[in-house]
Design a protein around this ligand. Structure first.
Ligand code: SF4
Length: 320
C-alpha cells in the first residue's frame, strides 16, 4: 500500500533581475513529477547535481510551497494542512541531510541536540535520558557521546547523530538527502547498512536522494531518474539496472564501477553542458546531449511510456 503520493508536482522559482528586481523568468526546478512509495520501501531519486531531486525532497517535506500538484502523506494532502496539522505531520516525516556537521548546532552537546528535538515536537517521556541512550545505541554510538559536541566526532559518527535525531520522532517516512555523499567510501557502506537495518526493524519508508546510481541501487526498491526537473525513467531497481531504456540512464549506469573486470560496460560519455533550468531545451530536454537525438526530439517532448508487459517500468524517449 502506498504511503506517499506525489502527483504532477511542479516547483518553479522566480528569477529576479533589473534595478527593481522584477521577475524576468522562472527556474523550472521540478516539472510535472509523479510517483508513489509503498510503506516500508525505498524510492531512490537519482540524477546529476541541479536536476531538481533535492528540491523535490524539500517539497515533500513541506519546506517549499508547491507551484502546482500535490503531495499526499498517509492520505493527507500536505498543502491543505493547517500550521498545527503540519507540525503534527512533521513527526511522521523526517529528513537526514547531506552535511551532518552543518545540520547540527555546534554549540550543543549530543544530549541537548536530541532533547531539543523532543521538546520542539512536544514529546514528553517519563524517562527521556533512558530513551536517548537507547536511541544512541540503536545507531551505534555509546552513551558517553551524550556530553560531547559535534566537532568531536568523525563524519560518519556525525551522520549517526543526524540519523538518531531523525528516528527519535518515530517517523513513518524519512527523506535521505545525499546522506553518504560527504563521507569516505569505507564509511558509506556502514551508514547505508545502518539505514537498511533501521528500515527493517522500524518499518521505515525512505525517499533516498543521490547523484550516485550505485548507491541508490544498493538501497532502493524503485528508482526514478531525474534530468532537468523531470523523471525520465522509473522502475524497479533491478529492472532499471538490467534493462535501462533511456539514454541518460544508460550513460549514468555506464559510469558505475563493476567488480568483475571482464564484465566492464562500455562507458557512455555525455558531451555538452547541462542546459539551464531557467530556459530548458524544447522537445526532449535531453536532446542537446543525447547521442541518439533526431529531429522529432527537438520538437516534441516524449511522454513517459511503459515497457511492453511491464507497466511498472516507464521511460520518456521517442525511440527506446
Ligand atoms: Fe534522446 Fe530523443 Fe530519446 Fe530524448 S527522445 S532521449 S533526445 S533519443
Amino acid at each position: 500500500m502506498a504511503i506517499l503520493h506525489v502527483r504532477r508536482l511542479k516547483k518553479y522559482f522566480p528569477v529576479l533581475g533589473g534595478v527593481f528586481l522584477r521577475r524576468t523568468g522562472w527556474v523550472h526546478a521540478v516539472d510535472d513529477v509523479s510517483f508513489s512509495v509503498e510503506k516500508g520501501k525505498t524510492f531512490g531519486l537519482v540524477g546529476e547535481s541541479g536536476c531538481g531531486k533535492t528540491t523535490l525532497g524539500r517539497c515533500i517535506m513541506g519546506l517549499y510551497d508547491l507551484t502546482q500538484g500535490s503531495v499526499t502523506v498517509q492520505g493527507q494532502s500536505i498543502s491543505r494542512l493547517t500550521a498545527f496539522q503540519k507540525k503534527k505531520l512533521a513527526t511522521h516525516l523526517q529528513m537526514i541531510f547531506q552535511d551532518p556537521y552543518e545540520s547540527l548546532n555546534p554549540r550543543q552537546t549530543v544530549q541537548q541536540i536530541l532533547e531539543e528535538k523532543y521538546k520542539i515536537h512536544g514529546h514528553h517521556s517519563t524517562d527521556l535520558s533512558r530513551e536517548i541512550r537507547q536511541l544512541l545505541s540503536r545507531v551505534g554510538l555509546s552513551a558517553d557521546s551524550l556530553s560531547r559536541y559535534p566537532h568531536e566526532f568523525s563524519g560518519g559518527q556525525r551522520q549517526r547523530i543526524g540519523i538518531a535525531r531523525a528516528v527519535s520522532m518515530h517517523p513513518e517516512i524519512i527523506i535521505c538527502d545525499e546522506p553518504v555523499s560527504a563521507l569516505d567510501v569505507s564509511v558509506q557502506s556502514k551508514i547505508l547498512n545502518l539505514l537498511l537495518e533501521l528500515q527493517q526493524t522500524l518499518g521505515l519508508t525512505y525517499v533516498f536522494v543521490s547523484h550516485d546510481l550505485s548507491v541508490v541501487r544498493h538501497v532502493s526498491d524503485r528508482i526514478g531518474v531525474m534530468y532537468l526537473g523531470k523523471i525520465v525513467e522509473m522502475g524497479d531497481a533491478q529492472d532499471i539496472y538490467a534493462h535501462a531504456r533511456h539514454p541518460y540512464t544508460r550513460a549514468l549506469l555506464s559510469a558505475v564501477p563493476v567488480p568483475d573486470p571482464d564484465a566492464q560496460r562500455q562507458r557512455v560519455i555525455l558531451t555538452g553542458e547541462v542546459p539551464s533550468v531557467e530556459n530548458p531545451p524544447s522537445g526532449c530536454r535531453f536532446h542537446t546531449r543525447c547521442p541518439h537525438a533526431a529531429p522529432i526530439c527537438r520538437r516534441e517532448p516524449p511522454p513517459l511510456i511503459h515497457r511492453r508487459h511491464d507497466p511498472r517500468h516507464v521511460a520518456a524517449c521517442h525511440f527506446f
